[in-house]
Design a protein around this ligand. Sequence first.
Ligand code: ADP
Ligand code: MG
Ligand code: MG
Ligand code: MG
Ligand code: MG
Ligand code: MG
Length: 670
Amino acid sequence: MGLLALGTALEWPEAKTKAGQVRQWGIEQLLANWRRARGKERDALLWGDEVEYLVVALDDAAKKSRLSLAQAEILKSLARDEELWKSGSGKGSETGDHEGEDPPHFHPEFGRFMLEATPGQPWGIGFKDLLKVESNMKWRREVAKAHMAPNEVPITLTTFPRLGTKDDYIQPYYPPSGPALRSQFVPDEIANPHIRFPTLAANIRSRRGRKVELNVPVFHDTNTPRPFKDPTVNYDLYNWPEDDDVRNGAAKDDHVYMDAMAFGMGSCCLQITFQAKNMTEGRRLYDQLSPLGPILLALTAATPIYKGFLVDTDVRWNQIGNAVDDRTREELGEAPIKNDRWRIPKSRYASNSTYISQDPRLRKEYFDPDLVVDEDIKKRLMEGGMDDLLATHFAHLFIRDPLVIFSEDLEELDLNKSDHFENLQSTNWQHMRFKPPPPDKDDIGWRVEFRSMEIQITDFENAAFSIFIVLVTRAILSFDLNFYIPIQRTTENMETAHARNAVLDRKFWFRKDPFPRRVPRSAQQSTNGSTFSSTASSAVNTPPPSPPLGPVEMEFDLMTIDDIVNGCADGSFPGLIPLVESYLNSVNVDVETRCFLASYLDLIRKRADGTLWTGARWMREFVAKHPNYKQDSVVSEEITYDLVKAVEEMTVKEGKKGSVGWELLRGKTV
Ligand code: ADP
Ligand code: MG
Ligand code: MG
Ligand code: MG
Ligand code: MG
Ligand code: MG
């Protein structure tokens, strides 16, 4: 039991008995809030990004890099500084002039070696704001660094290559294993000590009935043993009952095995939140962005190494899913249903499973007929006035148990709060999140969060992907685009995105004709003779006539990411970049802004066609060429140190005033 100002966090067996109450109260809070907020209109089009960092301590003499567990000290120091800024004594910056900009916000994250930073204010939709994003991101990095020890740096790798190895990869050093995680690889001290986090980890494990299990296929290089048996696994530990997991076969041959929430929730990502003008628009954006999730995951791939080994996957997504998978054997389908309510096909961290927009184009064939919903909750929501689609969405999220419950919160239901609702909502980590307005903040509207992207090494890339998604949302709304495919195809695409080099080697399900049944004028003609539109595919200007509703299977096809981003050669899909260019042509953008945006779009275009590498590819090449690498999949401490140094150098150089990330990007031709 954790005692803190917040209250008493219940351990699993007791929390379980309160789960029904929390769900019920959460649903009442949702209904009350939905009734108040459903008519909110004309909210400003705002958006904001979230960038997550690893804090790494460099020991140049020993050529070692370690994760620094300094989150609390750094955040404390940052908070003091934010006060200074508010009082008007903010200092100058290497990354340019930020006068008049609110200082960035920093937040804690699961890992005690992590930081998250968001802009001081959400971005407006004006093009001028798009130009501030990259420099603001660089500024955030600079501010963060200024509050670290001299040898510490914030880097934006998704995962630390040697997290969980036998060496002293953390500073200060703590040996495994503790009562919360019971990991044989990482100590409890790796996690943020706030009671919420150890409780979350312990209750996931306890609900599940064993430790979480991450088996990532190893990348077989010429000298990698076959079968590969993860040499870091200890089969002779007897500290906790969970130490039996590996004796019961938890660690699979030819896989890198990990056993704790920190291996997933210790990863960094890039998230974008959009505010829609009303709930209807929010629901539409949620649906239309959903099929893009796996595509952007593959495009941003940056996770080729786990626990000191090259792996055969390129992205973090499923590892986080496994790291927080609280399903029991019954729910997983490994045992007949006796005590639990149903089989659940996905982890609570997974791709979305349903659509929510009241869009006449949303065909019944796009839904998952086997979607698991809590029918009592759905009934209650519909009795309360909510429509079937939205009620289904929330009744699906609410099939889960709340994991962290404070006993003090169970005394009285407050319908002006959203704590019980958020308890379920915020532990359903899907690739899109539909965020209702907070009941206590009148100025915030209905928001949609795009959550699948991997964090990129440079802020140029992070800005490029953020801005690209923003422009895609503008094109979606302005051309009334239709990206619907059956939702199970998106689930499949999410798996596909994991394959090594999926960005170039794999095909993804995608809708062919994105245009509404009547072609909008804005997509047919450009109102601006800007020369930057020269790459816009002619397919955009002369979209094929929409066929009558035929079999759903005719609507979509397997495409490469290049097809999806740059357009199919045969014109069957116009391409996201040409659609964005077409949108930019339809609005008035000055030449300078257009030029700026062009450099970002160029990165996306070239990443998709293979001219530029993903971060994952760059890291693989870095390791392969390192003199210390023995073609045995092992990413040693020395390689890791050099890799972190190279990454750090890239960001430092990029951060200097006036420099553009473009030239510094590892723009290698394949
Ligand atoms: P969470 O971690 O729950 O996703 P954060 O508060 O960390 O949320 O980040 C949310 C992002 O949304 C930030 O970039 C923030 O600037 C942005 N944001 C804040 N308010 C709004 C708003 N009204 N509309 C759109 N974005 C917003
Ligand atoms: Mg956040
Ligand atoms: Mg958060
Ligand atoms: Mg975060
Ligand atoms: Mg994270
Ligand atoms: Mg977020």
